[in-house]
Design a protein around this ligand. Sequence first.
Ligand code: TYM
Length: 326
Amino acid sequence: MARVFSGIQPSGDLHLGNLLGAIRNWTRMQHVDDTIFCIVDLHALTLRPDAERLQADTVRLAQTLIAAGLDPDVCTLFVQSHVSQHVELSWIMECTASYGELNRMTQFKDKSSRADFISAGLFTYPALQAADILLYDTDLVPVGDDQRQHVELTRDLAERFNRRYGDTFVVPEHVIPPTGARVMDLQAPHAKMSKSTGEAPGTIWIYDEPAVIEKKFKRAVTDSDADVRYDVAEKPGVSNLLSILGAATDHDPESLAGRYQQYGPLKADTAAAVIALLGPIQARFAELQSDPAETRRLLAVGAGKARAIAAPVAERVRTAVGLLPA
Ligand code: TYM
């Protein structure tokens, strides 16, 4: 059984990209592999969220993940700051990564270009992410396409560490879904759908109501000619709709293109598929929201399971690098 690890930031509600690019893969893998999913609150600190909001968002994200199908009895679901070894190993990863490597991370370039205060943590963020993954002897990391570079860096760091100190880490691989790995903004299909686009009409939020979803798809930017074809470079708007419809209904976007002659029906069907996908998640979330104490209990159980795996790996690393036992 492969060990699977992935993480998600508690920075506001999720959007359709998070669901199609990552979480749907997680819910499937939990029944096949040994899966660990982490709400990465320490990563969220890199962009200075409001303290009360961060606490509330952490619980809300746990409820969203459970509503989306993660079963805490089947997988391990926990909060990053509840397992202190993440921070400890992060420092060791900072000492394993080079400045130049971190400076090449496109997510850092993108986020720092928009931040008014660029924290050192934003720069060293991928070292913490590498620690998250390596702490669990992870084989597979299911993520969307935008995390590909971070997982590749994690592999490089694991290999470098193993060369320096002897075989210590499992070298992980990313798992990126064939469809839905890069859901684009409905209004700007050259940019990925992202939490930072705020209330923009190009983002489908997981708790958007059906009428809002219909409206956003109806207004989605398409392309200048009226041809329905899957061609990401030439027809990004239409290709994005086909990808969303394909990911939501488990079909290949190219074959779906042949079913449509016009944009209108494609938009209507995509909206309907997304509404059908989100409806049950929204209903289950409404139930879970009434009992935050139970959610926190589940997270505490998850942290216990995570710690039991992380603690011996952290000890292995301490010994490898030559830290004197306390
Ligand atoms: P985060 O919180 O930004 O996103 C969570 C997951 O959603 C995927 N995703 C998308 N997939 C398709 N289309 C999109 N438009 C889209 N936007 C986001 C992301 O690829 C991700 O899989 N650094 C990570 C969190 C993290 C992590 C880890 C991930 C911390 N430690 C260890 C894996 C392993 C992040 O910010 O994801």
